[in-house]
Unconditional design. Structure first.
Length: 349
């Protein structure tokens, strides 16, 4: 029997990340959708020919035919509805970021453990083979010791009225990009023992961060840096700096657009450069494969790795808020050392 997915959020990312890849397979079926208004859910359901639609999120969670919920709301609503879904004994796939801080993570872990369900953060780039290849280069010391990781991630959203430009909904450059960065550093150099830092003037509308620089000082002496921007054009690059060379990965988000390859450019000092190419793949297809692999086994303890990422994301953000020059109009979003979003906050998509 296929997994029956219910969508919380009638969104474009739900179309790309779930509906499109599910249409190419028989082991997953999108059964129903709920949106912040019944009319939006009805229109989305009709456009995609879904069997069911619901007047609200709670009604979808009460649908016994749905075994998995995919959440693509604004960032401050992720944890609230993920907790509700876990309490309803549904497996949960959440668009990044999984949640906004330790307290939200604690509530989500407790709810999932109580009902024995799986919770997956939809970081589409996770586990791509390039990450293992970089890890091998670090472990082998072929290029010497790793000294720095530079990540550049920027987006140009089509709608500047959306949640990304509303700090009260968890918008901003950092929260939009941090999951990609933290997962990549964790998979290659590791996050254990990292010391976080952050800087932004929070000078955008309402105090949103249109630019953000986050740092992680690793126990090895290497420093990982994220340069995140919002509204200044698209960019998605990683560079790994070693004592005897560099490794570059340009446009690492390419496979989100379809089956496309990515290439590692390896440049040893004083030796010919080489390109390590990986077969074309589609991130969203890969993401559903990982989900099916996860739910086919008993819930594993993935929480330590998740907690590393969430804690460092929170601390980078709080460091930027406390730094000189940060706008006093900006405050931490709900969930960053605060309570879960209040009931009713899970609207907006």
């Amino acid at each position: 029997m296929p997994h029956e997915i219910g969508l919380i959020g009638a969104t474009g990312i739900a179309e790309r990340a779930v509906l499109a890849p599910a249409a190419r397979r028989e082991d997953i079926r999108v059964r129903a959708v709920a949106a912040h208004t019944p009319d939006r859910a009805t229109a989305f359901r009709a456009r995609h020919g879904l069997p069911g639609g619901h007047a609200g999120y709670r009604e979808l969670l009460d649908d016994e035919a749905v075994d998995t919920v995919y959440i693509s709301l604004h960032n401050t609503a992720h944890a609230q509805w993920a907790v509700e879904a876990a309490r309803a004994a549904k497996n949960v796939v959440i668009e990044k970021p999984l949640c906004l801080g330790r307290r939200e993570l604690h509530a989500l872990r407790h709810a999932a453990s109580a009902t024995g369900v799986h919770v997956v953060e939809a970081v589409m780039t996770a586990d791509h083979p390039w990450q293992a290849a970089v890890r091998d280069l670090i472990d082998s010391a072929e290029l010497g010791a790793l000294t720095a990781i530079h990540s550049y991630i920027g987006f140009e959203p089509p709608d500047r009225r959306g949640y990304r430009f509303r700090p009260e909904l968890g918008g901003g450059a950092f929260l939009d990009t941090a999951s990609y960065w933290l997962q990549a550093v964790q998979a290659t150099a590791g996050l254990d023992g990292a010391t976080p830092g952050g800087r932004s003037d929070f000078g955008g509308p309402g105090g949103v961060d249109l630019e953000f620089t986050a740092t992680l000082d690793l126990p090895s002496g290497a420093r990982a840096t994220l340069h995140a921007t919002l509204g200044e054009g698209y960019r998605a690059d990683h560079e790994f700096v070693f004592t005897r060379g560099r490794v570059r990965l340009r446009n690492f988000l390419r496979p989100a657009a379809g089956p496309l390859p990515v290439n590692l450019h390896i440049a040893p000092d004083g030796a010919p450069r080489r390109v390590l190419s990986f077969p074309a793949s589609c991130y969203y297809d890969d993401q559903l494969d990982r989900f099916l692999t996860r739910v086919s086994a008993p819930p594993a303890d993935q929480w330590r790795a998740v907690a590393e990422r969430v804690s460092l994301m929170e601390d980078c953000y709080l460091a930027a808020l406390a730094a000189p020059g940060a706008s006093r109009a900006r405050t931490a979003p709900s969930g960053a050392r605060g309570a879960l979003a209040a009931p009713g906050a899970g609207t907006g998509r």
